[in-house]
Design a protein around this ligand. Sequence first.
Ligand code: NOJ
Length: 761
Amino acid sequence: MTVTAVFSRCTWPLLCAIALVAGASTTARAEAGRAAIDERIERLLSQMTVAEKIGQLAQVNADEGKISGKLRAAIKAGEVGSVLNAVDVATVNELQRLAVKESRLGIPLLMGRDVIHGFKTVLPIPLGQAAAWNPDLVQEGARMAALEAAASGVNWTFAPMIDVARDPRWGRIAESFGEDPYLASVLGVASIRGFQGDDLSRPGAIAACAKHFVGYGASEGGRDYGFVGIPDVELRNVHMPPFKAAVDAGVATFMAAFSDVNGVPASGNRFLMRTVLRDEWHFPGLVVSDWESIIDMTVHGFAASKKDAAFEALSAGIDMEMASTAYRDYLAKLLAEKRIDQDTLDTAVRNVLRVKFRLGLFERTVTDPSAYPAVASAANFALARRLTTQSLVLLQNRNEVLPLARASLRSLAVIGPMADDDYEQLGTWIFDGDPALSRTPLHAIREMAGPHVAVRHVRAMETTRTRTTAAFADAVAAASSADAAVLFLGEESILSGEAHSRANIDLPGNQMDLVRAVKSAGKPVIVVILAGRPLTIEPILAAADAVVYAWHPGVMAGPAIADILFGVESPSGKLPVTFPRMVGQVPIYYAHRNTGKPPIPSAFVHIDDIKVRTPQTGMKNKSQYLDAGYEPLYPFGYGLSYTRFAYSDIEVVPARARVGVPVTVRAVVKNVGKVEADEVAQLYVQDVVGSITRPVRELKGFQRVHLKPGESREVSFQLSADDLAFYGRDMQRATEPGAFHAWIGGSSTAELRADFELTAN
Ligand code: NOJ
């Protein structure tokens, strides 16, 4: 394929460029490798019975650490293609031995596991990783997780989750890279590169899985598994780009969403799985269902029976069935009845075998942990600390209460249910994590503060949901006798993640009252929030001098947070998702469309200030809430630092160009404060008039720069026609000529703007 051909199919050309450069030298070798694999697949396929073919499409759940007689027999009979959730290396080796040595054709197993944010070394939840806006570290983190998992025999992770998530009620927002298609694409590709490396057959590389295709992040009402009603054009412009980028990056597998997408569950959705994924994007890999999502189609009311569900799923192009057994139970019958043809079955089997060959499983079925780097090593912890430190977002810092001055500090009160909880700091999906490895904030603060600082700890609440205030007096007493109080609040791991949506996203329990009580002690109050989602924290802003948002930070929460509190590092995290003031504003995201009557400050009257008998049209008709206004609490891309950055000299070169000629947008960013720090410079673009309306701004690039006080740097972004393309009224992807605005700055509300124009010729 020519470079131009690749680019013409590419959603994010920059990402494709990286893929191309990395791949160029190996293209010929890769093609030869592909041909050899195809030959091996056909040879194997020609020897397989129908039962063995159907067996390859079955993914069976293992009871952790145990191999039941049933599983043993099924593997020996060639009736299992993949096992999920076996991670004890002896068990994994035995399972592979059964498949390779005791089944007729000796086909090894795909060993799947949810390695979502680390394996033994638990990294921040993906939403936290996204807040670091650092693809290199995300890639390193995935690489580290792959090596740790591979040492246990895992060869397939169900990650990254690249669903665009714009609803903080949805528990799985924790597993996402946030609300923006571009950010999710860049970080998704980084994870895939980390998991898979350059060559999937190298030891330590594991197959990644782009999930959940597609629209799952838009579950109605933020309720997990909810209906997804999104026009196709919106699916293509917002929800599909990260998945397209994953295909371009060579992701080995895809997972279907649980969702009913516009009336057709993803697991039976031929438009998504065949028309888009296979026919348009030419995805050559394996598509797995989600957990029992094939038989769930009977519950959706889309299939009358499990047999019909199997028919719909295979016809749609779902190659492997996770956990349920509709394929095992009905595919042979469907084949005999000629509802399914041989070719459809064979194609699915080929897709499974291709991943096995790409992974080199036929050559290497025994896992020897001693051949891998140590898990949970000092090096892995150091990486986790770097990533966590960069993921912390400083939301408020009144009177520069942070960083705490270690030299003059004599005493500190450390308060709250999340200060010393080695489990809850890890977040959702930590099957293989070990709380005993966690470094908690309390421990790290004690260590970093040193012996001359008296650190007093009061948990004050049993959990974040505790309603009694019995221990508040101790917390207030501790704060009164300290130089400052640091509260660790938030929500436990179990309050986010799959099937853990919340309708009220306030700080649970009596945490609000705890902040107010501690404030009454009259000392500086610093609040650190550990949570799996944006919470509606506006009420604490008056009582807290500083607020740090830590997400669920993982194993190195303590040292990373202490680094920020004591100013060893300046905060540099930026929000990957908009923070609402009230849950009723949801969905609220920066890349929204304008309305015909957008809000303006002069037309806003708060509900409390509306005069009696104001005539209906007396307040001007604007798109806003009377009680919440029209702005979020914090915008996408926002995050403070211990220094300040000034942006200037923005220009677009050329400012007028033909569609197809790349333009460069650049600006100068200067550290005008007193400490050296990282800044994430962000580029946003608006296509002013389109054949369909366009978002008011869209992220098109970002760059993390490190600047010393007084230092400045030019940040520069090249935009190709493809970067500005979108699916328009005719459902064709194109770049439309016309006027564009470009902003560069430190958040999605950046004001420094330059304009450019693209002409048709
Ligand atoms: C269901 C989840 O939706 C999916 O993301 C996960 O990978 C599978 N279960 C396997 O645990």
